[in-house]
Design a protein around this ligand. Structure first.
Ligand SMILES: Nc1ncnc2c1ncn2[C@@H]1O[C@H](COP(=O)(O)OP(=O)(O)OP(=O)(O)O)[C@@H](O)[C@H]1O
Ligand SMILES: [Mg+2]
Length: 333
């Protein structure tokens, strides 16, 4: 009894601590019922010696979204991704991925979870001593469950998926261009058909054409594979073209989170400086174009859906007619 009362008091303290916490300025959520978060970060602190990088940071990422994390250099974006991958432990707080506390996960659990996510590191991070083929094959070979001929086909499929010609399969990473390294790294991140994809500065260092091509690639993968994407980027074009929500990291925590336009409207010096300079104007035009494209796409989908329903209804009516040919005639008395 006393224990239960104790637990109750603890829960109340926890709730109060949550309520006392300065909330992010925006917590806009996708409107549909999105289910439980795939990633749930609660009360996270990160310290390196005396340096506090994150202080009471909270963040939830939901299935199907492309959540972008932005923040100044050194604000701890890469560290945050590494914590979501279980590569680093927070000093305090919890990081849950697929509902499991990643800090408490043992090696087996981590290995299992790793099969459900892919990561594109900021520096590309291909193994320099392995060919492109072997780099992409490596996560599949680690499973030790797939025969080599299945791996062979899967690697070629992934290369095709990211638009990397098979003539590059047996090149070494040093012989690839920057764009090709990104594509090969993405193919490796997709090797195990992950549910969750982490991208750290995916378009950094690419020229504008390659960068646009990479954005289009992520868009189509997101649409076709239903991936949830967590991305860190400084590049406003990439950010506006891809994000369903943006989380802004400043003052050691998430100061704003929501759809792009809502975040842009938040009155904060970092947000003003980051988004609303000259480059922000160009990127906003991209956002407008994107809105028009999205509207067209949604209208097309709706028309297709209506046509489909009408066809089905007509087919059903025809079937009923042929099953009961006399039923449409008035009964004779
Ligand atoms: N292992 C570590 N030991 C000590 N300090 C670290 C360690 N890892 C990261 N840091 C520090 O933590 C801070 C955040 O680093 P992080 O790489 O996450 O920044 P970032 O937001 O990704 O920056 P950028 O935009 O430049 O990539 C930096 O000050 C960095 O020096
Ligand atoms: Mg970084």
């Amino acid at each position: 009894m006393a224990d239960a009362a104790n637990e109750n008091a603890k829960d109340k303290d926890k709730d109060k601590a949550k309520a006392d916490r300065a909330p992010p300025k925006l917590t806009m959520m996708p409107t549909e019922d999105v289910g439980p978060p795939l990633v749930e970060i609660d009360g996270l602190w990160t310290k390196f010696g005396k340096t506090v990088v994150h202080q009471d940071l909270n963040l939830e990422i939901y299935s199907g979204e492309i959540l972008s994390i932005v923040g100044g250099s050194g604000t701890g974006k890469t560290v945050l991704l590494r914590q979501m991958l279980g590569l680093e432990r927070p000093s305090r707080g919890t990081v849950k991925v697929f509902g499991e506390d990643i800090s408490a996960a043992d090696a087996d659990q981590l290995r299992r979870m790793r099969n459900h996510w892919g990561m594109l590191f900021q520096q590309g991070a291909l193994y320099s001593a392995l060919t492109v083929f072997d780099n992409i094959a490596q996560p599949m070979r680690e499973l030790r469950a797939l025969p080599e001929d299945v791996i062979y086909d899967a690697v070629l499929l992934k290369m095709n998926m990211v638009g990397l010609g098979i003539e590059h399969a047996f090149k070494m990473p040093a012989d690839l261009s920057g764009g090709m390294i990104k594509r090969a790294s993405l193919a490796r991140a997709l090797a195990l058909e992950p549910q969750l994809l982490f991208l750290d500065e995916p378009t950094a260092g690419l020229d504008p054409d390659l960068s646009d091509a990479f954005v289009a690639l992520i868009q189509s993968l997101h649409r076709e594979l239903g991936l949830t994407v967590v991305m860190v980027t400084h590049d406003l074009d990439t950010l506006f073209a891809l994000s369903t929500r943006i989380a802004v990291l400043a003052e050691k925590h998430v100061i704003a989170i929501g759809p792009t336009r809502d975040v842009l409207a938040v009155d904060h010096p970092f947000i003003k400086q980051f988004f609303l300079g000259a480059r922000g104007q160009r990127a906003l035009e991209v956002l407008d174009e994107h809105d028009v494209e999205l509207k067209q796409y949604e209208e097309e989908q709706e028309q297709q859906e209506q046509a489909h329903q009408q066809q089905q209804q007509e087919r059903q009516e025809q079937q009923e007619q042929s099953a009961h040919p006399a039923s449409s005639e008035a009964p004779e008395n």
